[in-house]
Design a protein around this ligand. Structure first.
Ligand SMILES: NC(=O)C1=CN([C@@H]2O[C@H](COP(=O)(O)OP(=O)(O)OC[C@H]3O[C@@H](n4cnc5c(N)ncnc54)[C@H](OP(=O)(O)O)[C@@H]3O)[C@@H](O)[C@H]2O)C=CC1
Ligand SMILES: O=C1O[C@H](COP(=O)(O)O)[C@@H](O)[C@H](O)[C@H]1O
Length: 510
């Protein structure tokens, strides 16, 4: 890095928590190994429990050994890296602790010759965001001459009113351009690839509309259960944990118009326009017809018995929280009128896989074929996670004397090419925040519209709690989720890990 605009102190609030351990420390180490942090930086861990610098560095090392794609022993400079970490015990409500932090910070800036740039990463429960913002200001932490950036985690609020209050609290201290609201799905390689796939290919771009696309399917399936996260999850459920953010973000990336410039604000403007076009479902009838919610009950996977959600230790045994969500959505604009977007996400499903399927309309089954055959539709499948790649399915002649058509598939397996070394979402997003690039962060107006889509659904569910459907852990969720598509003659296409029997692979990168 040639200038000093990227040299900064990183303040990790919630440094003893799960997110810091599994994602943030490993991301910072990868950035360091790749030279993206430079040498003039410091990382300050903050949380209530006491830790010495040495203990904290041991925690960081353990986290990197377990979760980072670079291992400490493999790369040079480990000792130099970990020496950049210090820890201060701090309660977010205690302004005096922020004054002590200021003294500590100024010492670090002098020691590393850092020009006052400060990045505050709040890996904390959202109800603490307001007090941290206030105390950063009251404690004098925003008085340096460099830039100040606030990176905040999801969920941003619980509904529109709480999100708005939270936003107001933050905005009393930080300008919108200083706020980076993370949705880690936007940092994923294949989510960022959606626009490139769409817009740089002559065989996709002209077809990207309701004349040619029959439906879009977005699946975010997880094998994990809720386990010890019940305290958080019970209040959020799949609707707030996944749909309000990750699922809607993927939908907007598929549906948005090409921006007129590659400027973060132009891109985010286009995303907001899509969200504004998503049909709001308000009546109980519309919601019951188009949305399915489920909760996993006892079941099994790979021969192992699995608890139901209500039997998890951290969960209320009478909980009505949904762990599965499926919906049929519409984007009511010129490009997408009439095209159903089927989305589903759930915990304790049979495979871990996030995939987006674009199903194209069939060509007329014309005279070329001596006998009428049921043509299979062309598919473009974007594999987001954990496998990254693109898969297309089309029709070709079956070798032989007659015109029998068979589906064939071609795959670009990005994970096979790049292996495990594709950067983690958090690496990209932290680096973007340091560079001040907002493209893959959520703007307040995007969030506001997203909540306005979600709130009526949550309200309808509160009115009719009996609509929750139970599914065995290890299954694909309530059958009603299949019926959402079946009534239009569609079905969920198998995702990676579920085999398709009748497809011939014409390339074999598998
Ligand atoms: N974990 C994950 O994979 C993901 C998490 N998130 C979001 O990230 C945020 C953090 O999640 P996660 O790490 O899982 O949560 P954890 O409960 O594991 O960690 C919370 C952290 O906050 C600290 N903390 C709590 N209260 C205070 C306080 N008053 N003052 C200072 N520190 C405090 C805790 O440390 P101590 O007890 O020592 O104070 C701990 O370090 C949440 O908003 C979550 O929704 C988002 C996506 C994924
Ligand atoms: O934000 C969240 O995402 C994870 C799933 O993320 P992925 O990158 O592993 O697909 C989910 O498990 C968690 O409940 C949610 O808070």
């Amino acid at each position: 890095m040639a200038d000093n605009k990227h040299e900064a102190i990183y303040f990790i609030f919630g440094a003893t928590g799960d997110l810091a351990r599994r994602k943030l420390f490993p991301a910072l180490y990868s950035l360091y190994v790749e030279g993206k942090l430079g040498e003039r930086f410091a990382i300050v861990g903050l949380a209530r429990r006491p830790r010495t610098d040495e203990q904290f560095r041991d925690d960081v090392k353990a986290s990197i050994e377990e979760f980072c794609r670079y291992k400490p022993k493999e790369a040079e400079g480990w000792d130099a890296f970990v020496g950049h970490f210090t820890y201060q015990s701090l309660d977010t409500g205690n302004v005096e602790a922020f004054r002590q932090l200021k003294t500590h910070t100024e010492r670090l800036e002098a020691a590393y010759d850092i020009p006052g740039n400060r990045l505050f990463y709040l890996a904390l429960a959202p109800e603490l965001f307001g007090s941290v913002s206030r105390n950063l200001r009251e404690g004098g932490m925003l008085e340096s001459t460099g830039w100040h950036r606030l990176v905040i985690e999801k969920p941003f609020g619980y509904d529109y009113p709480s999100a708005e209050r939270l936003n107001e609290e933050i905005r009393q201290v930080f300008r919108e351009d200083e706020v980076f609201r993370i949705d880690h799905y936007l940092g994923k390689e294949m989510v960022q690839n959606i626009e490139v796939i769409r817009l740089s290919n002559a065989f996709f771009e002209p077809l990207w509309n309701n004349n040619h696309i029959a439906n879009v399917q977005i699946t975010l399936a997880e094998t994990v259960g809720v386990e010890e996260r019940g305290a958080y999850y019970n209040k959020s459920g799949a609707l707030r944990d996944m749909v309000q953010n990750h699922m809607l973000q993927m939908l907007t990336m598929i549906a948005m118009e090409p921006p007129s410039r590659l400027d973060p604000e132009d891109i985010r403007d286009e995303k907001v326009k899509v969200l504004r076009s998503v049909r709001v479902m308000e009546t109980a009838g519309e919601i019951a017809e188009n949305i399915v919610r489920g909760q996993y009950a006892e079941g099994s996977a790979k021969g192992k018995a699995l608890k139901g959600y209500r039997q998890e230790d951290s969960v209320d045994p009478a909980s009505g929280t949904e762990t599965f969500f499926a919906a049929r959505l519409f984007v009511d604009n010129f490009r997408w009128a009439g095209v159903p977007f089927y989305v589903r996400t759930g915990k304790r499903l049979p495979v871990k896989s996030t995939e987006i399927v674009i199903e194209f309309k069939n060509v007329p089954n014309n005279v070329l074929f001596a006998k009428k055959q049921d043509l299979q539709p062309n598919l473009l499948v974007i594999r987001v996670n954990p496998m990254e790649g693109i898969y297309i399915k089309f029709n070709a002649k079956k070798p032989g004397n007659d015109m029998t058509v068979q589906p064939v598939a071609m795959e670009f397996c990005q994970s096979c090419q790049v292996g495990l070394n594709t950067p983690e979402a958090y690496e990209r997003l932290i680096f973007d925040a340091v560079r001040g690039d907002h493209t893959y962060f959520t703007r307040w107006d995007e969030l506001a519209v997203a909540w306005k889509l979600i709130d009526p659904i949550a309200a309808a569910w509160r009115q009719e709690p009996e609509g929750l459907q139970f599914y065995p852990a290890g299954s694909w969720g309530p059958e009603k989720a299949d019926r959402l598509l079946a009534r239009e003659g569609y079905f969920w296409w198998p995702v990676n890990g579920q085999e398709e029997d009748n497809v011939i692979w014409v390339t074999a990168s598998k």
